[in-house]
Design a protein around this ligand. Structure first.
Ligand code: MD5
Ligand code: FE
Length: 203
């Protein structure tokens, strides 16, 4: 089924389930070349979420700021190719949500463990806010926080489970959002991890 969480945002429950094994193979291929790492923020913190990227452009942060890069600063090589299973799923999900012809060039892969959180933020480093973002959740459940266009004000709590796919677009694209601190509720396939990957048109 689907849950409408904003005027142009929808949770497609279990949409990724038929593709899980292919997606996890993709994650393995990516992390063999560009391992998960904990990046520094411009504010001097180390992120509790570990991340990597695939596709032409990858999101990175360090003491100097946030940016998209073509080269993985850890490996010194281009980010790994976008696995075909990622692209196929993202295009199907985008189409299902009313966004035809989604052509992502960037995929950020986040890995959460118990205690990991993502504080309220906006995603503003992409060039084209008209393109949607497709987000795939695997492993442990999370509570997603969905706010408004300003940091203050009400946030809704949206539970996200293994296999859920969220498509965010249009007027919802710049809403504040985050992930509550992860509880340890081990998943049969992924243990005490949550993996979330987001496909974007960044360039
Ligand atoms: C996560 N990741 O569950 C989330 C899923 C990130 C991030 O937030 O930046 O890595 S993506 C949720 C998202 C992305 C872009 C826009 C909006 C939500 N939104 O408008 O609410 O690891
Ligand atoms: Fe975000």
């Amino acid at each position: 089924g689907r849950d409408i969480i904003g005027p142009q945002s929808v949770v497609l429950r279990g949409f990724a389930l038929p593709a899980v094994e292919a997606l996890l193979q993709g994650v393995d291929a990516v992390t063999t070349q560009s391992p998960f790492r904990h990046m520094e923020t411009p504010g001097g913190y180390t992120m509790s979420v570990a991340l990597t990227n695939c596709g032409t452009l990858g999101w990175a942060t360090d003491a100097h700021g946030y940016r998209y890069t073509r080269i993985d600063p850890l490996s010194g090589q281009p980010w790994p190719d976008l696995p075909e299973a990622f692209l196929r799923l993202a295009q199907q999900a985008a189409a299902e949500a009313g966004f035809a012809n989604f052509l992502p060039d960037a995929c950020l892969v986040n890995r959460y463990e118990p205690g990991s959180r993502l504080s309220l933020h906006q995603d503003k480093n992409e060039r084209d806010y008209a393109a949607p973002i497709v987000s795939v959740s695997l492993g442990m459940p999370a509570v997603f926080l969905f706010g408004g266009n300003e940091r203050t004000g009400k946030t809704q709590r949206v539970p996200l489970f293994h296999g859920d796919v969220v498509v965010w677009g249009g007027v919802d694209r710049l809403r504040y959002h985050g992930v509550m601190p992860m509880q340890d509720r081990p998943h049969p396939r992924l243990g005490s991890h949550r993996i979330n990957f987001t496909l974007r048109k960044a360039g």
